[in-house]
Design a protein around this ligand. Structure first.
Ligand code: MG
Ligand code: MG
Length: 264
């Protein structure tokens, strides 16, 4: 049984949502050269992880990914053809890369979980389109996260939008409920059929997180057992927000505003 959250629980999830949003913006200062701080490209993904872990702990929270089923870091950092679950490393970002940063927090027993794909300097037009379409597909999904709809309505909205641009949807991974656990019911696939799947109740808190490929949707798991790569080694993008299902219109608990409006 999927249980909607109480308003008290939603408050704690909102605090976490704000913290992951701010953490992603803090990380973004390092990966977006010249945009906010003028930091040059060449930062390692390990440095991004360090920035995030310090920021999260300075706010009294715990980076929930670290140690989760053995994951070694505070952030999942996935560059170019890595879809999700990449390990931070000594890889230095270079102009034209894209870097997907997935961040989780735990504060007062509740979780935050959001992700953003940053361009590193100037990216080519096709890659820029991949980023824009993936993010827009997330908002298309959020539009469907209203009481009475089903998870298939979200998946259909994401899939039909992304595929209309010639991109493909990863099917092996999906969004999820969020609460005291990082992954709760229901699963929220990024593909599906309208009117199918779990029914969405008022107060249900879910993460919607399209993973969209520039090429084919085939993926494989790296030998480290974590990093998911595109089979054709073309780029993939990943954006994730946490929302509360409400009547009429979903309420966002996390936001990209701190990244995109420079308001951190
Ligand atoms: Mg995530
Ligand atoms: Mg998630």
């Amino acid at each position: 049984m999927v249980r909607p959250k109480t308003e008290e629980e939603i408050e704690l999830l909102r605090i976490n949502g704000e913290l992951v949003s701010k953490t992603l913006a803090e990380v973004g200062k390092w990966v977006a050269p010249g945009v906010t701080t003028g930091v040059a490209p060449g930062v390692t993904t390990a440095k991004l992880n360090e920035v995030a872990e310090t920021f999260i702990r300075d706010h009294g929270a715990i980076p929930s990914f670290k140690g989760f089923e053995g994951f070694p870091a505070a952030l999942c950092i996935s560059v170019n053809d890595v879809v999700v679950h990449g390990f931070p490393s000594d890889y230095a970002l270079k102009e034209g890369d894209i870097v997907s940063v997935d961040c989780g927090t735990l504060y007062k027993g509740y979780n935050g979980d959001s992700a953003y794909t940053f361009p590193v300097g100037e990216v080519d037009a096709e890659t820029r389109k991949l980023l824009d379409v993936t993010k827009a597909s997330l908002y298309k999904g959020i539009e469907q996260a209203v009481a009475g709809n089903r998870t298939g309505d979200i998946g259909y909205a994401v899939q039909s939008y992304a595929e209309s641009y010639g991109f493909s949807v990863v099917r092996e991974l999906e969004g999820h409920g969020l609460g005291t656990k990082m992954h709760e019911e229901p699963g929220v696939p990024n593909y599906g059929r309208q009117g199918h799947g779990a029914r969405l109740a008022d107060g249900l808190v879910i993460c919607i997180e399209p993973m969209i490929c520039a090429g084919g949707r085939g993926v494989y798991l790296a030998r480290n057992g974590w990093a998911v790569h595109t089979a054709d080694h073309k780029n993939a993008a990943h954006y994730e927000l946490t929302v509360v299902v409400r009547k009429g219109r979903a309420e966002q608990l996390s936001t990209f505003d701190f990244i995109e409006k420079g308001t951190l």
